[in-house]
Design a protein around this ligand. Sequence first.
Ligand SMILES: Nc1ncnc2c1ncn2[C@@H]1O[C@H](COP(=O)(O)OP(=O)(O)OP(=O)(O)O)[C@@H](O)[C@H]1O
Ligand SMILES: [Mg+2]
Length: 435
Amino acid sequence: MANREGAVETFLSAASRTAWGFRLELAIVAALAAAWLYSTRAIGVVAGPVVTTVPVAAVAAWPAARRLAWRQLRYASVRRRFSAAIRTTGFDRLKMGRTPQIVKVRETPAGYRLQVRLPAGTSATDLDNAAEVAAAAMGVADLRVSRDPRRASIATVAVIQRDPLAGPALPCSLASAGGWSLWEPIPVGLDEDANTVNVSLPEHNLLLGGEPGAGKSAALSLLVAAAALDPTVTLWLLDGKRLELAAWEPCAARLVGPSLEEAIEVLDHLRGEMDARYAQLLAWKRRKVAPDDGLGLHVVVIDELALYLASGEKKTRDRLAESLRDLIARGRAAGVIVLAATQRPSSDIVPTSVRDLFGFRWALRCPTRDASDTILGAGWAAEGYSRADIDPASRGVGYLLHEGGVPVRVRAAYLDDTTLARLAARAATARGHQP
Ligand SMILES: Nc1ncnc2c1ncn2[C@@H]1O[C@H](COP(=O)(O)OP(=O)(O)OP(=O)(O)O)[C@@H](O)[C@H]1O
Ligand SMILES: [Mg+2]
């Protein structure tokens, strides 16, 4: 008897859950059936069905309405699939039979984003622990759970069906720019929601890392392009390969190849310039350079930082590291920006006294989670922000840690050789060079 009651209860609970899951579809069918019955009685068996069919035909014929209806049906299906998938993880059994309540569904380039209210007694971490099994049950690539920073009871679940950052290279919006002000944010790529990601360089230094071929030099060239397009910016280029930055030579005050002595010369010159600027700012009673003071920004670009910090004689290397450390440490208010790229900024290659001063980090694909952590800073890989997870074919994809304080997954835009040469020529002309 007790068994029978239990079975009936289980059946009713499953039936009500299914009905609730299909509430949108059931409501539509119920509304149409009611309209059909009412209109048949009120205006007859011919006119009634015609009147009921008109709104359905109108929705089917009007593209915007059809899209809206189709989207709502898809959202309802995602809700059902997510709830069913969560139940397969045992989350509901552990948490008194309750699953997260879906508050909002939105479509994203990667799939869907769900805002869920967590049942009492659970947290976003519990849901995150169930995510891998639920993703498998849902048949999607991934479910990424993040807690609402303002409310512990709300979590966002990104349903990843496809990688929005895969595919052909992204064109760079700087490519058609006639000029640029480096005081303005620079568009460097797209995030997973297809929003443009901008980097604001004044008062910041950026360190780029990633395995060979990950796209460091290409990403660096976007920032160099913006700096070159601003004639008030003085560019200093240190290029270990003497090849990656060569196109920008006409726009630069100096381009140094793989010579540590010349690199030290440039850095020391800039330290002198920095001291002179501080004296000037003191006289003006200002605390930092500003767009209107005519001083302009200095941008120091170092590709293959490891070559300068880990090769040659120790005495020379140490001297270079000290000059660089001083420039980064004191350069902010004087308008000196350092952008550096290296394959792996581990402490045996880049002294931590230098590495830790870079406020912005951009980690492209790395061979291991440790390497990823070395670029972004300790701990981010454990939080799921690891560039070791990037598909090797996805060049230019990485995590950018900048203003928001949390790494953002970004696909960098790409300047091919022809566009880059054209842009460099335009920037050189704007700086008064004869073509
Ligand atoms: N954002 C991007 N979109 C598409 N393709 C890219 C992108 N970035 C780089 N690539 C491709 O990857 C190749 C290698 O890129 P890049 O030279 O920037 O790598 P790297 O990380 O600097 O490598 P290395 O450590 O050897 O210097 C480029 O020649 C280009 O074909
Ligand atoms: Mg490179």
